[in-house]
Design a protein around this ligand. Structure first.
Ligand code: FMN
Length: 481
């Protein structure tokens, strides 16, 4: 039997992947789109649906990105509504750890977990810049390197809150008149970032703790995941790059007393299903042109040039001006910046010369590439092989058409995955998201903290001695915060 392929379905909302003009594309805010998408994922016996979070409308040249305006309704109400129209599907939402308070988040995720009977997951992100922070009363709160320290403290505080009630504390026995037993919701948690104590007012989540995801690629982000998360959402999804990321992350776990299976690695993946490989390739070429209009091509290259390229003809050659080395304020609200613009521009010029490409064709070439393109058999085999050979533990699929694009995968690829034994033929009765991901029971907050402390002590004595360790030195953080 092959290993099970974990499958998530990402409703992308705002994204250059999305071909909003396709007749099968629907609204990205009306509930009907989410309902249809979620029920399709459940028909395919996926593990979970996944939502990202956008806290600021991204800007380029001072203008907001058009798709942003319609694309990202608030995560938790959408997931709560979906809990009512699905039965088995996990509901994973991205919520930042920087601008929220533990008490409110613990209540929200406990409630989602209880409403959905154990299907909640939290993708913990930190967000990355003051541009996002200015929407909150704290402005550009927290230097980047301290955000993971807050995130870790945030998750730990949430775990203490979830642990404050016993699982079976509420008995509501009419005969005996006893309403509750067990622990009483008292909690106390103090760190550099929080000092909270009181009585938690929401019963323990069905899963004990909702499943914790992480997304963020720096060394601090990876260590945070190794210490704290049950799953990682990543862009490293194919070939040697995926394998290197997988090895790197799984290799960090032992230090914190964890096994490789305790943290699932789930890259984002786009797909194009055709009746043959050849047909899929043809569709893929068309989709890539749809995804990258002339104007989008200019925007994509501006992120590399860090300069206004609106005066350059998308169907003409690459701009003959040199890039600015620093991103400056041209692009706001995007997490990925090009590390060495001059080197990247040189690479693109070579690419354009080798293949005789226009500005737009270069943009198409370097972006919007679909991960899985082929017949249903080809895609199923590639997925299975990726999981068998240590590229990932599964994928979070991002259809380029929402909500209609997931049907191609569910109707054609899922039956083959099931037939090959790589995907469940039905959900196990009463299974939670944690069960479906084979994560085992939730560890207590105290057990997580002990694992982290032991690993951090070991780290401090080893290769990272002298490194900031995401600001774990409380004295230092106090001084600079
Ligand atoms: C695959 C991936 C998905 C992400 N999704 C989101 C998101 O939905 N919302 C958000 O605010 N940040 C998101 N982030 C950004 C991270 O929260 C983080 O702020 C950023 O990557 C900077 O951290 P890093 O230096 O560790 O990568 C994502 C990052 C990655 C790598």
């Amino acid at each position: 039997m092959p290993k099970q392929v974990i499958l998530g379905a990402h409703f992308p909302g705002v994204n250059n992947t999305t071909v909003w003009s396709d007749p099968r594309s629907g609204s990205h805010i009306e509930f009907e789109s989410f309902r249809r998408f979620a029920q399709t994922a459940e028909r395919g016996r996926f593990d979970f649906l996944f939502l990202a979070e956008g806290l600021a409308l991204r800007e380029q040249r001072g203008h907001i990105h058009d798709l942003d305006v319609v694309g990202r309704p608030d995560t938790l109400p959408v997931l709560a509504a979906l809990a009512g129209v699905t039965e088995h599907l996990g509901l994973v939402g991205t919520i930042n750890a920087t601008f929220n308070e533990p008490y409110e988040l613990a209540r929200q995720f406990a409630t989602l977990d209880l409403l959905s009977q154990g299907r909640a997951g939290w993708n913990v992100v930190t967000s990355s810049d003051a541009f996002t922070g200015r929407n909150f009363r704290r402005g550009g709160y927290l230097p980047r390197e301290h955000r993971y320290a807050r995130a870790e403290s945030q998750v730990t505080a949430n775990r203490h809150l979830w642990d404050s009630w016993d699982q079976d504390a509420v008995v509501a026995d009419r005969e005996s008149g006893q309403f509750r037993t067990g622990r009483d919701g008292d909690f106390a948690y103090t760190s550099h970032f929080f000092d909270i104590h009181g009585t938690f007012n929401t019963p323990r989540p069905t899963q004990g703790h909702p499943v914790i995801f992480q997304a963020g690629d720096s060394d601090d982000g990876r260590e945070f995941a190794a210490r704290t998360a049950d799953a990682i959402f990543t862009g490293h999804g194919s070939g040697d790059d995926g394998r290197a990321f997988y090895r790197d992350i799984k290799g960090r776990l032992a230090r914190y007393g964890r096994d490789p299976e305790d943290l699932k690695i789930l890259p984002a993946a786009t797909f194009i299903v055709g009746s043959t490989d050849e047909e899929a390739r043809r569709i893929s070429d068309t989709v890539r042109r749809q995804q990258v209009s002339g104007q989008t091509a200019q925007l994509i290259l501006e992120r590399i040039w860090n300069r206004d390229l609106s005066g350059f003809d998308p169907d003409g050659p690459l701009p003959d001006i040199e890039p600015e080395s620093h991103p400056g304020a041209l692009v706001q609200g995007r997490v990925q910046h090009v590390k060495d613009p001059a080197a990247e521009v040189a690479r693109l010029r070579q690419l354009a010369a080798d293949k005789n490409l226009s500005l737009r064709e270069v943009a198409i070439e370097i972006s919007a590439r679909q991960n899985f393109v082929g017949s249903p058999e080809t895609i199923a085999d590639t997925l299975i092989e990726s999981v068998e050979t240590g590229v990932s533990d599964g994928y979070i699929l991002v259809p380029h058409i929402t909500p209609g694009g997931l049907d191609d995968f569910v109707d054609h690829v899922v039956p083959i995955l099931t037939q090959r034994g790589a995907l469940r033929s039905e959900y196990a009765a009463g299974s939670t998201l944690r069960d479906n991901l084979a994560l085992g029971g939730a560890r207590s907050a105290t057990a997580w903290e002990a694992g982290s402390a032991a690993g951090l002590a070991e780290l401090a004595g080893h290769e990272l001695a002298g490194h900031d360790l995401a600001g774990h030195d409380v004295t230092e953080r106090r001084a600079s915060a």
